[in-house]
Write a protein that binds this ligand. Sequence first.
Ligand code: BES
Ligand code: ZN
Length: 629
Amino acid sequence: MIRKPVAIVVALLAAVSMLSCGKKQVRIAAPTVENYSYAKPSEVAVSHMDLDLDVDFDKKVLTGTAGFLLDNKKKASVVHFDTWALNIRDVVLEDDQGNEKQARFVVGDSLELIGRPLSVIIEPNTRRVTVKYQTTTAARGVQWMTPEQTAGKKLPYMYTQSEAISARSWVPCQDTPAIRFTYTANIHVPQGLLALMSAENPKQATSDGNYRFEMKQPVPSYLLALAVGNIQYRSTGPRTGVYSEPEMVDKAKWELSDLEKMVQAAEKLNGPYRWGQYDVLVLPPSFPLGGMENPRLTFCTPIIIAGDKSLVSLITHELAHSWSGNLVTNATWNDFWLNEGFTTYVERRIDESIYGREYAQQQDILGVRDLNEEWDEIGKDSPDCALYVEYNGRNPDEEPTMAAYEKANLFLTMMEDSLGRANWDKFLKQYFDTFAFKTMTTKHFVRYLKDNVFADDSTRYDALKIDDWIYKPGIPSNAPKLESKRFDQVDTQITAFKQGVGAKGLHTAGWTTIEWQRFLDNLPQPLSAARIQDLDETYHLSEGNAAVQRSWFPSVIAANYQPAYPALQNYLMTIGRRFYVRPIYMDLAKTPAGLEFAREVYKKARPGYHPMTQTGIDLVLYPEKKAAP
Ligand code: BES
Ligand code: ZN
């Protein structure tokens, strides 16, 4: 029997789920896990959170309280929260009269990935549960950066990444997309640093380091976000702007000068933007993702600041999540394609309306290439090549399937082509409106589609092979055809190159980053050292932007072209975007010498990566070990 465990270690020893409640012995059955969470949304759900946190850069921990208002639908006597490597120090109950008392609670056994349940006994009149806690340095949803790891080199930086199931490593919460809540936060940081959240944000640092946040629209826990650093703001329009370290902020403003247009284009397609402000925070290069759709404040990698606006579709993607995902939310991680697929489709539609059909098609084509590359690896018949994917306990924080993005985009494009753009757009708008601030399952979506688009015409539904698209691997025969004249022109140069034309003889004038990606992704392998050298000396590919480098280094590795290895090493040491470094480590790991080099570099690079990237690369370089090297 244990009361108020003070540390996870204590809780571990006291794994018995027994609590004393008055004179009565109360047993708390270890809660079952559903969709990676101990919460029981249908019984008792959080409706609001008040967060109060100190950000301690020396200890690399967050300390404070999270107070939750409860919606106790079923008069439950216990509420379960998710925690992962948190120290729970105390729990207090408040009743509807405002009276406070100590709660009886237990921190249960740990399950891999899921963490420990924090089970709190509540009473019929319990209105609020306040959890006093501290994070640990193990927090997998937080990256703490030393000043040397930032552009400015003078001040530290920290940020969180909660999706899919890592919010629980920095806030005890009901960590399931099935529960939405509003929140406020008081965040205390060292003077001079700016704190930002997925909420209403300040535009400049305060003199005392105290910040107050409010998020008035209910959001699921995976959209909780915090970033603290030496960050400046530039407005790009009446409701849009960019944040980043001062060294980058003007470049970011230039690259993202179309933000306002993007929001307008998105609204035209999806209906009103419901979150007020739309800003982008450009993070340091170690950010593990391309982008993360934190409401009101997209987090993104600095890789997109390419200097030619050629990579901004990443931002149209995150913006599109303001509808698909943030408004209509996948109910479970198995339904992830409803978040990412609709978003990829809308992303390309926004791209089309601002940058033209050619650009949107180029993005589609690059996407299909990534899809095929993945499918070559996992096999075209893998269940992961369907849209609906049973995760079955796999880690939803890990790199998602390309099908959820690019196959889903082809599917939705097929729907548009078949129904006609006007009809399809009407359906989309209505879908986002009907299910705003709700969750959606694949089954429910199919039902809604049948009811609203096909009435009872099952022949027509079947003719479009919709069930095959959603539930089976592969691409059905009614896939849309993609074409791009600009890529045709690139392909002509690839053919010329294959026929022996030297680098200087290629026609590359006017190519932006995406044309280079197309060219480099399709080079024959392996090339001779002389041809690699010719390309590199002519086009300085090893020193190109990160997107160019990602497409170039596989050729360098396949040819074992050592003169480019210092640049390769530098790339791996500075960039933390998982999607950018993982394939490179995988290529290196194909030969014993490459693996040795990769492990050597990784030893130095790993401490600078976000935990999410670390986990991904650990598996590539140390497949036999479960834990980190
Ligand atoms: N929501 C995702 C990021 C994510 C996916 C986090 C899975 C955790 C688990 C985000 O919108 C995204 O898709 N990011 C992409 C960029 C996009 C343009 C394809 C990324 O990070 O590569
Ligand atoms: Zn996305």
